[in-house]
Ligand binder design. Structure first.
Ligand code: DQA
Length: 145
């Protein structure tokens, strides 16, 4: 059993993309942060990124069958995807939503999240450290902490 850490569109460019907003650390750095918390907590991590909505949905379905929880940064799909919300709503384990930036401090179209209607916790504005916080909180929720 594992924690799925799922990342949405354009996060493959983390570190290169708008570093003033998203920082200089890459998605591979984020993967390592998550893996080190998992190691300390006796958890496994399945860490993935996709630019395609259907792929994220398929991975949520996969997690539904096999995982203990999902940490998801849906990126721009946060603000558009009822389909990702519905997929997460079909899961009965903890869901934590992460945003690197503080979406509430940015353009008004980023203020609403469809995913928050299902998320048990939301972390925004902590930079990539938010993933570490999410992993630590997930560990307490699933008994790995
Ligand atoms: C983001 C915030 C979203 O509004 C944006 O579309 C992203 C990244 C974040 O991590 O801060 O791609 O989810």
């Amino acid at each position: 059993q594992a924690i799925y850490v799922l990342n949405g569109p354009n996060l493959n460019l983390l570190g290169k993309r708008e570093p003033g907003i998203y920082g200089k650390q890459t998605l591979d750095d984020v993967r390592q942060l998550c893996e080190s918390v998992a190691d300390q907590s006796g958890l496994k991590v399945v860490f993935r990124q996709s630019n395609a909505e259907h792929e994220l949905i398929d991975w949520i379905h996969e997690a539904r069958e096999s995982a203990q929880g999902i940490i998801i940064n849906p990126a721009a799909y946060t603000h558009t995807s009822i389909a990702i919300l519905d997929a997460l709503s079909a899961c009965s384990f903890p869901v934590i939503e992460v945003h690197i930036s503080n979406i509430h401090k940015r353009e008004s179209f980023r203020h609403h999240s469809y995913v928050s209607a299902r998320a048990d916790a939301v972390i925004a504005g902590c930079g990539v450290h938010g993933y570490q916080l999410a992993m630590q909180h997930m560990a307490t929720l699933v008994g790995g902490g």
